[in-house]
Design a protein around this ligand. Structure first.
Ligand SMILES: [Zn+2]
Length: 63
């Protein structure tokens, strides 16, 4: 599913996050979310692609 995330570090537009919900093996009630992909509606992920990858890795090291 696509949802709005934190503001873009470059232009402050809320990011679009493509989120995958992971159901736990142990319990049907526990869900984890895995963000597959983040992008900026204003296109910062394309126009600043070098910086984008560095910044996203710094902000979201676990994803
Ligand atoms: Zn942006």
């Amino acid at each position: 599913m696509i949802r709005h995330g934190a503001p873009c570090p470059f232009c402050r537009t809320p990011l679009l996050e493509n989120v995958y919900q992971v159901r736990s093996q142990q319990s049907d009630f526990t869900q984890r979310e895995k963000v597959i992909d983040r992008r900026c509606p204003a296109g910062c992920n394309k126009t600043r692609s070098d910086q984008w990858n560095d910044v996203m890795r710094a902000l979201y090291p676990d994803d």
